[in-house]
Design a protein around this ligand. Structure first.
Ligand code: ADP
Ligand code: MG
Length: 253
């Protein structure tokens, strides 16, 4: 068998697909540049690692369930003067995830809450942190279904506890019933000091009981845990969705 065939088989059985593909050209390069065997091996292993990291990123990105691709780099801070740019930039370094801190984005519809939440989520995925995006309504539905099927424990460990970063979008659009509020409390309590949550809402904290079955006690206990280690960003400004309509005069300023 030829040398390159043997190497090919060994790479197959060891699952070193990048080594298999890149060793001939790397070997040539290293010979031309009079590199040592050690340097050749390092370059080879680096290419394998880079390929694996990229695969992980792609897998995490698919698993995250982002509803759209919204990067922080496409967020127009010139338009969104009510969005604290510096705070967002600090958060994009992702130290809040290392520290299991939460991020709460509050503000009216259209100011960019979901965009920023996805943008931070994409950063996390790029850094190979397992991320899960879900709307509060979908989370409720899945929690209720799991409970009905006696699978709440599995659901919580698989979907709520497994991600390093959990993004829950649109708290408050759909008010929850009592049992749903209890289930939601469970989610917050279980992740407390365990893993980061990014949460968005159009409601101020004072209005939150209205979304949680008017249970002021439960809401207070939940906010207590949610806000203990957290970054709260109050966004203000006009809806980005309406900006072009306003400009064209369809909607008065
Ligand atoms: P919210 O979640 O606060 O209701 P979204 O994040 O869904 O708002 O924003 C609505 C739409 O406008 C999305 O398509 C989003 O990408 C876009 N958008 C909002 N703010 C900005 C901004 N400052 N720069 C660029 N796009 C924005
Ligand atoms: Mg939104």
């Amino acid at each position: 068998m030829l040398l390159h065939e043997q190497i090919g088989h060994l790479c197959d059985s060891l699952k070193l697909s990048s080594v298999a593909a890149s060793w001939p050209s790397l070997a040539e390069q290293c010979i031309a540049q009079e590199k040592s065997y050690g340097e050749f091996l390092r370059a080879l292993l680096e290419s394998e690692q880079q390929q694996r990291d990229e695969r992980t990123r792609q897998l995490f990105s698919r698993m995250a369930g982002f509803p759209a691709h919204k990067e922080l780099s496409t967020f127009d801070f010139k338009f969104a003067t009510g969005v604290p740019k510096q705070q967002i930039q600090e958060l994009s370094a992702l130290t809040f995830i290392e520290r299991n801190e939460n991020v709460v984005l509050l503000g009216p519809s259209g100011v960019g809450k979901t965009h920023l939440a996805i943008g931070l989520g994409l950063k996390a995925v790029q850094a190979r942190k397992k991320t899960r995006f879900i709307t509060a309504a979908d989370l409720m539905l899945q929690l209720s279904t799991a409970k009905r099927q006696n699978k709440l424990k599995q659901y919580l460990s698989r979907s709520v506890m497994a991600p390093r970063l959990l993004i829950i979008d649109e708290i408050g659009y759909l008010p929850f019933g009592r049992e749903e509020a209890n289930l939601f409390f469970n989610v917050i309590a279980k992740r407390y000091e365990y893993g980061s949550i990014i949460l968005t809402s159009n409601l101020s904290f004072g209005q939150w009981p209205s979304a949680f079955a008017d249970d002021a006690t439960l809401t207070a206990a939940m906010l207590d845990r949610l806000l203990h280690h957290s970054h709260v960003l109050q966004l203000s400004g006009d809806s980005y969705r309406l900006k072009d309509k306003q400009r064209s005069g369809a909607i008065p300023d």
